[in-house]
Design a protein around this ligand. Structure first.
Ligand SMILES: *Cc1c(COP(=O)(O)O)cnc(C)c1O
Length: 366
């Protein structure tokens, strides 16, 4: 039996090479493991062209842990974060900031409307207490792309600092620290870089990190402490996710062999185009305006049949070897399909055929 293909935005389908890299046990004290960690961090920094002014600090856990750590370190206890919200991950950023006891302001747009840079500028001008702005590069709730470069310019012009949740975009969408001003960019092992889940990382401006000593509300989430310890010893504080790091090393090797960010973006864009064309031919409609859609994950309106239930649809497609993702919108019934992972247009075409077959079986075909 073939393993099912995950059309989900992380965990996602990884290559055999990446999976096989997890068959070795590593000692956390072993110099060879420290070299592995250092090489992963150096490559992540290079992918963001951030070697000049930033450092890469890895953190155990899922991506949210790294977002929480970055905000807990960089936003001082008397600071205030303006979060740009157009989906669940923006809401989560605002919520975790509140939980750790920092002041939050929210600028919210509808799920299908990107944050407007002029409105960000207006809110910053109106509230001098705001020290930092948090933005989601690609809001995975729908797949919408926020205008990162324009927002970064507005934030810098207002003399505030930018924190980017680039979780679902990093590695595929271009980010260049030489032209994009930001204090922190957060992503994880299991999205566009096609590693397995278990670690996040923060590409953080060195001066901001060094100034953040004592800010963190939490010992385990203290990025400054993690960085200092790693600088001194080459080791992670506390047990590292050794197999995840080894798989990530292998995944990044394949990323570089493929041609890095432009090649990854090209493959995902081809996946996305094949997906949209195939699903539209089945009568399934896109939720977002096509120009707002990032080639990461696509939201479709549910089939317009009164008996539609995501769970039955999911099981019917799952039985044909493909794993879909539920919608994350409260107002409209939708489902999502990821374009990312170690797959190309061939798998996407098979997935569309599986969806067509499932809709026929369920009697929901147009
Ligand atoms: C995946 C993701 C996260 C992190 O989610 P975890 O489940 O904690 O890994 C954060 N932000 C965005 C935009 C994401 O896509």
């Amino acid at each position: 039996m073939r393993e099912p293909i995950l059309l989900t935005p992380g965990p996602l389908t990884t290559s055999l090479r990446t999976k096989t890299a997890m068959l070795t046990d590593w000692g956390s004290w072993d110099a060879r493991f420290n070299v592995l960690t250092a090489s992963v961090c150096a490559d992540l920094l290079a992918i963001a062209h951030a070697e000049a002014e930033h450092v890469c600090v890895p953190l155990q856990g899922s991506g949210t842990f790294a977002v929480e750590a970055a905000i807990g370190n960089l936003v001082p206890r008397d600071g205030k974060l303006l979060v740009l919200v157009n989906g669940a991950y923006g809401k989560r950023m605002a919520r975790l900031t509140e939980v750790i006891g920092r002041q939050v302001a929210v600028y919210e747009t509808a799920d299908d409307v990107p944050a407007q840079p002029a409105e960000v500028a207006a809110r910053l001008a109106a509230d001098p207490a705001i020290t930092h702005v948090g933005v989601i590069h690609c809001e995975t709730s729908t797949g919408i792309l926020n205008p990162l470069a324009e927002i970064a310019q507005v934030v810098a012009a207002a003399g505030r600092k930018l924190i980017i949740d680039a979780m679902s975009a990093f590695g595929a969408l271009d980010v260049d620290a030489r032209t994009l001003p930001f204090d922190a960019l957060i992503a994880s092992s299991n999205k566009c870089l096609e590693g397995v889940p278990g670690m996040g990382f923060v590409i953080v401006r060195r001066s901001a990190l060094l100034q953040s000593a004592g800010n963190s509300h939490s010992l385990s989430m203290d990025l400054h402490d993690q960085y200092q310890y790693m600088q001194k010893t080459g080791q992670w504080r506390f047990t590292p996710p050794t197999h995840v790091v080894a798989a990530f090393r292998e995944a990044i090797d394949q990323y570089l062999e493929e041609g890095g960010q432009p090649a990854r973006l090209a493959r995902y864009s081809a996946n996305c185009q094949a997906l949209i064309a195939g699903m539209q031919a089945l009568g399934l409609k896109l939720f977002l305006q096509p120009e707002l859609q990032a080639p990461i994950i696509v939201t479709f309106h549910a089939p317009a049949h009164p008996a539609y239930e995501f769970k039955r649809f999911y099981e019917a497609v799952r039985a044909r070897g493909f794993v879909l993702y539920p919608g994350k919108l409260t107002e409209v019934e939708t489902f999502r399909v990821g374009c990312i992972g170690a797959i190309d247009a061939a798998e996407i075409k098979q997935a569309v055929a599986a969806v067509a077959d499932a809709l026929n079986e369920l009697g929901w075909a147009r």
